[in-house]
Write a protein that binds this ligand. Structure first.
Ligand code: FAD
Length: 276
């Protein structure tokens, strides 16, 4: 039996076609028996309804579904209402985030950091929710310093998180060091590596630039050299990300959380190769 725990992240579809496509993606990934599936959330209200609808849809299929919830730009009252709605649907798992304000939206709201959201959820809902928080092996792009970022991560966990999921990375050593450093600060919850399958060079570079994840030069150069040859990009991406996952598994990472981007093929390809 393989004890590796998998989880899959999706975003809320915006069109009826997208809803159907996501159902098909879930059906393709279901045989991998994920521990849970999660659904992202747009700060400032863009996809809030979509997150709820998608999570409820998934829960009806019997999947353990976890909505992401970001607090920046929100009031206590609105977050309380969303959390109450999740509770009324029997949802017990939340990914608690600060989020990023969409450009042009200046109001920070009543919460500045994810640690404040975690404290709020614990104060208002006790132990009803299993709370995940985000971790950054290559550090959050706005962090004052790596040390400060680690201390903030530890603070967030101590505020009441049960588990953490990392930003994606392609350098396993960054993750190993991050986990070691977090342990030294007293963080004892599982820190699950976030995995980004590689299928599209320009999209990967754009995302990585935004979230502060490093694409190693040799990976970027190889991907770039394939130009429009999507098959070659996928094949190389599959090799690179499967090797990364294998290193993480060998080092006893507590699970793998896949950023699926609502596509089953790349995630399934990696899991099949890993025999997960
Ligand atoms: P925080 O933990 O609050 O950290 C943000 C920054 O503030 C860091 O630089 C930190 O060092 C600093 N900081 C924290 N506490 C303090 C303090 N007390 N004093 C000074 N500085 C402090 N975004 C979305 O909009 N929707 C999503 O669904 C979503 N899902 C995500 C899932 C995962 C697994 C990950 C890794 C990220 C996700 N994001 C999502 C992106 C995330 O919202 C951004 O990275 C955001 O910029 C930071 O969120 P956080 O919860 O990590 O923030």
């Amino acid at each position: 039996m393989n004890p590796l725990e998998l989880s899959f992240e999706f975003f809320p579809p915006k069109t009826p076609d997208g809803v159907e496509k996501l159902r098909a993606t879930r059906a393709q990934l279901a045989p991998l028996k994920p521990k849970f599936v999660s659904v992202t959330f747009g700060a400032g209200g863009s996809t809030q309804r979509g997150t709820l609808d998608t999570v409820v849809d998934m829960a009806k299929e019997g999947l353990a579904a976890a909505p992401h919830l970001s607090c920046i730009g929100s009031s206590k009252e609105s977050l309380r209402a969303i959390l109450n709605e999740y509770r009324s649907h029997g949802i017990r798992h939340i990914v608690a985030l600060r989020g990023d304000l969409p450009s042009g939206m200046g109001e920070v709201g009543e919460f500045r950091y994810a640690s404040e959201l975690v404290s709020f959820i614990r104060a208002e809902f006790g132990d009803w929710f299993w709370i995940e928080v985000a971790g950054y092996p290559e550090y959050h792009p706005q962090a004052r310093s790596p040390r400060h970022d680690l201390e903030n991560f530890a603070r967030k966990v101590k505020a009441g998180a049960n588990s953490a999921i990392t930003q994606y990375f392609f350098n396993a050593d960054a993750y190993f060091r991050f986990v070691d450093d977090a342990r030294k600060l007293g963080v004892d919850v599982p820190i699950v590596p976030g995995i980004m399958p590689i299928t599209n060079f320009s999209q990967l570079m754009r995302f990585s630039e935004m979230c502060g994840a490093e694409v190693p030069r040799w990976v970027a150069r190889r991907l770039e050299s394939y130009g429009d040859d999507r098959e070659a990009i996928r094949a190389f991406g599959l090799d690179v990300v499967t090797d990364l996952c294998q290193r993480l598994i060998d080092a006893r990472a507590p699970g793998l959380h896949f950023y699926t981007l609502n596509n089953a093929a790349a995630t399934k390809g990696i899991c099949d190769r890993l025999n997960a």
